[in-house]
Design a binder for this molecule. Structure first.
Ligand code: ZN
Length: 177
């Protein structure tokens, strides 16, 4: 049975470490970690979660975009495990968007990201996948990818005036987009 995992919070050293490559995607530990991450991100109203956020320092994350309380306009997709992900190419266009993070509760920040990325990763069945991602899903990928290198979205906010509390965000941004 998948288990809900505790989510590490800003300040936990593991969130700042570079995660290690996954050698065997079929390892029982990795497969269980994927299942646990999927239930944990759903329960937390997240649209993505990376292994270091549950104190597992390996290069794996879940992208699970769907509309929820925290992201009412998110597109729907099946939760997808992306193992040893890479960015192969990216757009020159950079777009600003509001992000939050389950490891940085209560805070939103305006973060510049590539509008589109071409990515490669190994799926949970061990197959190499290549995909072009755009807009919100491209943003999730880049946010989660950063977690594998110990980078948090607050590091990418360009100006402290581009940050706001979750409550303020819900009142002023979500209701006007
Ligand atoms: Zn995050």
């Amino acid at each position: 049975m998948p288990e809900l995992m505790a989510i590490m919070q800003l300040g936990a050293p593991i969130l700042r470490q570079k995660a290690t490559w996954v050698d065997n995607t079929q390892d029982e530990y990795i497969q269980k970690l994927i299942d646990d991450l999927i239930v944990t991100v759903a329960q937390a109203n997240g649209v993505g979660i990376a292994a270091p956020q549950v104190a597992a320092s390996c290069r794996l994350f879940i992208v699970a975009s769907r509309p929820n309380l925290r992201y009412p306009h998110a597109p729907v997709m099946e939760p997808t495990a992306m193992i040893n992900p890479r960015i192969i190419a990216h757009s020159t266009e950079i777009v600003q968007g509001w992000e939050g993070c389950l490891s940085v509760p209560g805070i939103r920040g305006l973060v510049p990201r590539y509008q589109a990325v071409e990515v490669a990763y190994t799926d949970r069945h061990g197959q190499l996948q290549k995909q072009k991602l755009t807009d919100f899903v491209a943003r999730i990928f880049q946010h989660e990818y950063d977690h594998l290198d110990g980078v948090l979205f607050v590091d990418r906010v360009e100006n402290s005036f581009d940050m706001m509390s979750e409550d303020e965000y819900q009142k002023t941004v979500i209701n006007h987009t």
